[in-house]
Design a protein around this ligand. Structure first.
Ligand code: ADP
Ligand code: MG
Length: 255
């Protein structure tokens, strides 16, 4: 079986010369749920944007990113974008239609489905994300949590099999965070979650990858990485309170 995501020696420099990624390699098998950790500016968002071909500016890349075994090229870009759903750090950058229904329908409409099929998909995913009956609401009137869920509905409506989530709980209150985590847990996709929400990582991600200065500095079992105080501090992170009483070499005691 091909990995769902395979990144090999990926480097990227922004046009202004900022080196944002350097020699990044990892692969994710289908169904994996992986935390992407690292301080601000470490390259998390830049990396996620490479997974659905938003970066580099002009595909083809040289096969550094493969999705289900396929290198991203100009030809398959639309299909890659559909299969890899990227949730932006700021939902206001993602929602651009006046109503929830139009926004969620946008992707499936692009696929050329019939209006009946589009409407059916929209209803299904709105139920899935807990926004049933909210389809006529104005996207700019939604709460932060609802905006996040509307964005998620949009990528689910395209039947994305890989979700790249950029700090999905950063602006949510505790209840919103709990709801969003429960929702993610139910979605049967390969997930990469860039986040500073270590509770989310502990609860959802068996594996984590730590970036710093655009490089992978650790990749392994989440509880072992988070329990390694030296590693966390060296890369601008902290050992989460929920692990405070767990000995780093016995991460299973966290349960
Ligand atoms: P993170 O998501 O981990 O905070 P980013 O991927 O946003 O990190 O940023 C990685 C590096 O790239 C940082 O040094 C950041 O300043 C730089 N960067 C991000 N976006 C741009 C851009 N559009 N132009 C130039 N540099 C950028
Ligand atoms: Mg970011």
């Amino acid at each position: 079986m091909n990995p769902a995501v395979e990144v090999t020696s990926l480097g990227y420099c922004y046009p202004d010369g900022t080196e944002a990624l350097c020699g990044v390699s990892f692969s994710l098998m289908p169904g994996a749920c992986v935390g992407l950790l690292g301080p601000n500016g470490s390259g998390k968002s830049t990396l996620l944007r490479h997974l659905n071909g938003l970066l580099p500016e002009k595909p083809p890349a040289d096969g550094n990113v493969r999705i289900h075994g396929e290198a991203i090229t100009a030809e398959n870009l639309p299909s890659i974008r559909r299969r890899v759903g990227l949730l932006f750090q700021n939902p206001d950058d993602q929602l651009f239609c006046p109503t929830v229904e139009e926004d969620v329908a946008f992707g499936p409409r692009q696929l050329g489905l019939s209006e009946a099929a589009v409407a059916a998909r929209v209803q299904t995913v709105l139920v899935q994300v807990g926004l049933a009956g909210q389809d006529r609401r104005a996207t700019h009137h939604l709460s932060q949590g609802e905006k996040r869920r509307a964005c998620l509905a949009g990528v689910l409506a395209c039947e994305a099999s890989i979700l790249a989530l950029d700090e999905p709980t950063s602006d949510l209150d505790p209840r919103g965070r709990r709801e969003f985590k429960a929702l993610l847990r139910q979605i049967d996709a390969t997930k990469v979650i860039a986040t500073h929400d270590l509770e989310l990582v502990v609860e959802l991600c068996a594996r984590s990858i730590v970036l710093d200065h655009g490089r992978v500095v650790a990749d392994g079992a989440t509880l072992e990485l988070l329990g390694n105080e030296e590693l966390m501090l060296a890369h601008g992170l902290e050992r989460p309170h929920i692990l405070q009483h767990v000995h780093p070499h016995h991460p299973h005691e966290a349960h």
